[in-house]
Design a protein around this ligand. Structure first.
Ligand SMILES: Nc1ncnc2c1ncn2[C@@H]1O[C@H](COP(=O)(O)OP(=O)(O)OP(=O)(O)O)[C@@H](O)[C@H]1O
Ligand SMILES: *[C@@H]1O[C@H](CO)[C@@H](O)[C@H](O)[C@H]1NC(C)=O
Ligand SMILES: [Mg+2]
Length: 330
């Protein structure tokens, strides 16, 4: 059963309120959930993106969730939208952000997700707030590996398979242990129609999109693999794919890295904040990133192959602190 609980709530003020929770994932009375959802305001905002605003919702027992308010959505029937959401809600993996529920209020659509307390990888790499923890090399490897696991699960273990379409550092969320959880999978397909896609979403995620995807607007597993390769480069360099260092020179991060590697300037590629980076692993990760960002989609590895390559690289030299957190691989 994809949906264990389906609750229709008719309130005094409008019978267009509807709450669906997936897999009994929200063990709260629906009146409490709806009350909390309606009470969300400016103070609860944690961020906003291409589709709307994200809020932090705290239940009476202090259970915390992230609520995404959808500001724009594709024309179409609510039934189709809700059926597709049920599929997304059925997907569970340690490296994916759970979609726990959906609520349609008279004026808005709300998606309820796990709340990841450490925020996004984007913030970690690029926002240097007070007391912001720096990500060392072994933490970055763990993030690369976990993100690859989440994405490989979407591509190879889900039926129907899910193409993410929007892999980027702001969609990699971190928990207290800095374990990564891929968020917003399947959302682009749900909310953006194919025609409008190229012009609208490209603006938000420029730098991550595969050349053939930019041209055709057609997302495939291989366009996700390209974006994942860009994410690997972001982890190594600590630079956004739109960093002025290379954009000023008319290059993207892939071209910039290739130029530096040809000039044998590996040191200039690596983020200076990674004191514990060892050249051998860095080179191996860059090699994997290069294969992922191959201009020809057919020459890119599948996500399962990427995962295998990463596991070989990350596991083989047996970095001690890595093995502690992944003892099942020893
Ligand atoms: N489940 C969550 N837990 C904690 N913080 C979250 C969660 N989801 C989103 N956020 C925060 O809210 C911000 C905005 O997220 P949102 O998904 O709306 O935008 P985005 O990821 O930047 O772009 P896109 O709309 O393409 O996904 C994120 O950068 C992150 O800091
Ligand atoms: C890297 O960072 C993690 C988490 O902050 C920490 O546990 C680990 O000891 C650090 N490793 C090195 C080699 O600095
Ligand atoms: Mg997001």
């Amino acid at each position: 059963m994809v949906v264990q609980i389906l609750i229709l709530v008719y309130l005094l003020w409008g019978f267009c309120t509807k709450l669906i929770t997936f897999h009994g994932d929200m063990p709260y009375p629906s009146c409490e959930i709806i009350e909390k959802l309606e009470a969300l305001d400016e103070e609860d905002v944690v961020g906003s993106g291409g589709f709307g605003t994200v809020y932090r919702m705290v239940m009476n027992d202090c259970g915390t969730f992230a609520v995404k308010r959808i500001d724009r959505s594709r024309e179409g029937s609510d039934q189709v939208f809700e059926r597709e959401l049920e599929i997304l809600g059925s997907i569970k993996h340690i490296n994916l952000v759970n979609l726990r529920g959906y609520c349609r209020l008279p004026a808005t659509k709300l998606l309820i997700y796990d709340y990841l307390s450490m925020g996004s990888l984007d913030d970690f790499l690029h926002e240097h707030g007070e007391g912001q923890q720096l990500l060392n090399w072994s933490a970055r490897l763990k993030i690369a590996l976990g993100s690859a696991r989440g994405l490989a699960y979407l591509h190879h273990d889900c039926c129907p398979k899910i193409i993410h379409r929007d892999i980027k550092s702001s969609n990699i969320l971190l928990d207290e242990n800095l374990e990564p959880h891929v968020s917003d999978f399947g959302l682009a397909k749900l909310l953006v129609d194919e025609e409008a896609h190229v012009t609208t979403v490209v603006a938000g995620t420029f730098g991550y999109l595969a050349p053939e995807y930019l041209q055709s607007g057609r997302a495939t597993e291989k366009s996700d693999v390209y974006s994942f390769g860009v994410l690997l480069l972001e982890l190594v360099t600590g630079k956004r794919p739109t960093d002025p260092t290379f954009v000023k020179r008319g290059l993207n991060v892939v071209g910039w890295m290739n130029t530096l590697l040809k000039e044998n300037r590996l040191e200039d590629v690596i983020d200076k904040r990674c004191a514990d980076a060892d050249m051998e692993t860095v080179e191996a990760i860059l090699e994997i990133a290069a294969r992922c960002t191959d201009a020809n989609p057919d020459d890119r590895p599948s996500m399962n192959q990427v995962l295998q390559l990463l596991e070989q690289e990350v596991m083989s030299p047996c970095p001690s602190d890595f093995y502690e957190s992944h003892s099942d691989y020893c």
